[in-house]
Design a protein around this ligand. Structure first.
Ligand code: SF4
Ligand code: SF4
Ligand code: SF4
Length: 265
């Protein structure tokens, strides 16, 4: 029996949890701000743990557990491992969880220098113990589904839940941002020699940034089959400084781009 069919056969509402490790809470807020649709959804699910909005939270087992944030210290790792053991279907919710995102930038920086700048007292920091580097959650436990975005779009959450409740396996959106630009008839920013990363970035945001004349900075992480060398060449030909592109690639999904062979150190 697949994990997706369990609660349907048992005819009971799926037990859902929304948990968080190192992040900014923005991804959770996306879910809580859906309001009417969330209230409707609460008729179909049993939200048993959501520490940001609930006083009483149940421990697993969970049918679905959303995890926001990345693994930055031992406590994060221990919590994540526990939720994994307690959950049938674990979702990495947001780019911190899927790719490491902004909290992960420190792997490209002088660690001592950053910590000295942020903290007066560093005695509580335990980030060196485990894991060795700040990590997306798939580096530490098995992840069943990923939804990236900083923050992700509410429509992606609703689509996933709808499919889940219908016992249909959710499918990750894997088209570049450019597809949504074309659908919305947005003039391409590359024509104006702006530093848009859209052709190598997974969409799903409805081309949020290009729609307001801002270059895509890559918050959804790399598209699975993007022709990254070609995009980098195009940006170079447009006169975009290599250093700027490097910083943008480091910002949300640096380790993922490195795995794809992009030099960003
Ligand atoms: S992905 Fe973005 S919005 Fe979500 S927790 Fe991380 S920094 Fe915050
Ligand atoms: S503006 Fe950016 S995302 Fe939109 S079509 Fe051009 S390159 Fe692609
Ligand atoms: S356009 Fe790019 S940076 Fe903007 S929301 Fe979409 S993926 Fe993120």
């Amino acid at each position: 029996m697949s994990s997706l069919s369990i609660f349907k056969k048992e005819k009971k509402k799926p037990r859902v949890a929304i948990h968080s490790i190192t992040g900014c809470a923005g991804c959770q807020l996306v879910i809580y701000f859906i309001r009417d649709k969330l209230l409707e959804l609460l008729g179909e699910i049993n939200l048993v743990a959501a520490p940001m909005i609930k006083g009483k939270n149940e421990k697993g087992s969970y049918d679905i557990c959303f995890v926001e944030g990345m693994v930055a210290c031992q406590k994060d790792f221990d919590e994540l491992k526990k939720w994994r053991e307690q959950s049938k279907f674990l979702v990495a919710w947001g780019t911190c969880a899927t790719h490491g995102n902004v909290p992960g930038i420190k792997i490209y920086m002088d660690k001592e220098g950053v910590e000295n700048r942020v903290y007066k007292d560093k005695s509580h920091l335990d980030g060196d113990k485990r894991p060795v580097v700040p990590s997306p959650i798939k580096e530490c436990v098995k992840v069943d589904y990923e939804i990236s975005g900083c923050p992700p779009e509410e429509i992606e959450f609703l689509r996933m839940m709808q499919r889940f409740l219908m016992n249909v396996k959710p499918v990750v959106y894997n088209e570049p941002v450019c597809v949504e630009c074309t659908q919305r008839e947005i003039k391409c920013l590359l024509e104006d020699e702006k530093e848009c990363l859209g052709p190598m970035i997974r969409g799903g945001c409805n081309a949020l940034c290009p729609a307001v004349n801002h270059a895509c900075t890559g918050c959804h992480g790399p598209l699975e089959d993007a022709n990254i060398p070609q995009v980098l060449k195009l940006l170079e030909e447009n006169g975009i400084p290599k250093e700027l592109v490097k910083q943008r690639l480091q910002k949300y999904a640096g380790p993922e781009f490195e795995k794809l062979g992009v030099k960003i150190r």
